[in-house]
Design a protein around this ligand. Structure first.
Ligand code: C2E
Ligand code: MG
Ligand code: MG
Ligand code: MG
Length: 296
């Protein structure tokens, strides 16, 4: 546009860099406003039992509805919010909203699920490294559990390997405190960072999420298959639950189910849903559980 061209000219000899800085500055400012107004949206992607298709949990995924940019995806603002520290209040909002919505869905579905021998629905929330390192994080989690009324074991916190890599005393004690609180900790995107299976015995990890990049190659390469199968088996031996990310086709689903990977998420089952759509799915899944139970 003419305006963009003008800006580029005005910026002189480092147009790209300058435009980037202006853009970042603008984004940071509107992020501030969005945080102050809680102007974000949470979407929910189902996590299902790969054998039965039963709904087991939702992963909460944040979006930023922006008047000019449309629905902004996390990859465009999470790293910015991490650098500026804005991820701390943003992350607290996500946690609170996800826990509150999940508690309502639990109330809606609890009886039918229980009668069918199924566990309460869980909710999984992404936590960035910066957010985890913030001194107030554990307290925020504790308060969220109290105010939302969620059973702590229904709340999963997804951390990436970059958090565990630091292995300092704070990480250790915070993980312990969270474990004592009863919330579950997942390693997200397992296999993409400095993966180490020793994390599984060093920290109170309950869930391991195998990154989509491994799932993509499942049917294509023997090695990929063997790797995923090996990780699944080791995790299982250690009592850690495995969730496969990014399942897009039935072949992947069947290969995973056959190797003993119990849970997964991906476009094959559902894209991230709005809260209303997620609520409808909870209802529908609980009714199905009720019907199956009646037939037994
Ligand atoms: P993630 O935690 O690994 O989340 C999975 C991402 O993969 C999501 O992207 C999801 O929409 C996408 N996905 C799920 N199934 C499929 C599939 O079958 N195919 C493909 N191609 N993609 C699939 P999304 O929502 O754009 O989120 C991207 C990343 O942003 C997340 O990766 C997570 O690291 C981060 N993120 C999202 N929400 C939050 C949040 O509330 N807080 C923090 N700190 N990070 C968040
Ligand atoms: Mg995640
Ligand atoms: Mg992930
Ligand atoms: Mg990721």
């Amino acid at each position: 546009s003419a305006k963009a061209a003008g800006k580029r000219q005005w910026c002189g000899y480092q147009p790209q860099l300058q435009a980037g800085l202006v853009e970042r500055h603008e984004l940071n400012e509107s992020l501030d406003t969005a945080i102050a107004e809680s102007a974000f949206a949470l979407y929910y992607q189902p996590i299902v039992d790969l054998l039965t298709g039963d709904l087991v949990a939702f992963e909460a995924l944040v979006r930023w509805p922006h008047e000019r940019r449309g629905m902004v995806l996390p990859e465009e603002f999470i790293s910015l919010a991490e650098e500026s520290g804005q991820i701390v209040p943003l992350g607290a909002w996500v946690l609170e909203r996800a826990a509150t919505e999940a508690t309502a869905w639990q109330r809606m579905s609890g009886e039918l699920r229980e009668a069918a021998g199924r566990r309460p629905l869980r909710v999984s929330v992404n936590v960035s490294a910066r957010q985890f390192r913030d001194a107030g994080f554990v307290d925020t989690v504790r308060k969220t559990v109290e105010t939302s009324g969620i059973a702590p074991e229904s709340l999963i916190l997804e951390l990436t390997e970059s958090v565990l890599m630091r292995r300092d005393e704070r990480v250790r004690t915070d993980m312990q405190t969270l474990g004592d609180l009863g919330v579950r900790i997942a390693i997200d995107d397992f296999g993409t960072g400095y993966s180490s299976l020793s994390y599984l015995r060093e920290f109170p990890i309950s869930v391991l999420k195998i990154d989509k990049s491994f799932i993509d190659g499942l049917g294509l390469s023997q090695q990929q298959y063997a790797l995923v199968e090996g990780i699944t088996r080791i995790a299982d031996t250690l009592g850690v639950q495995v969730i496969a990310e990014g399942i897009e086709n039935v072949d992947q689903r069947h290969l995973l189910a056959a190797m003993g990977c119990p849970l997964g998420q991906g476009y094959l089952f559902a894209r991230p849903l709005t809260a209303d759509q997620a609520g409808a799915l909870v209802q529908q899944d609980a009714e199905r559980a009720g019907l199956q139970n009646g037939r037994r």
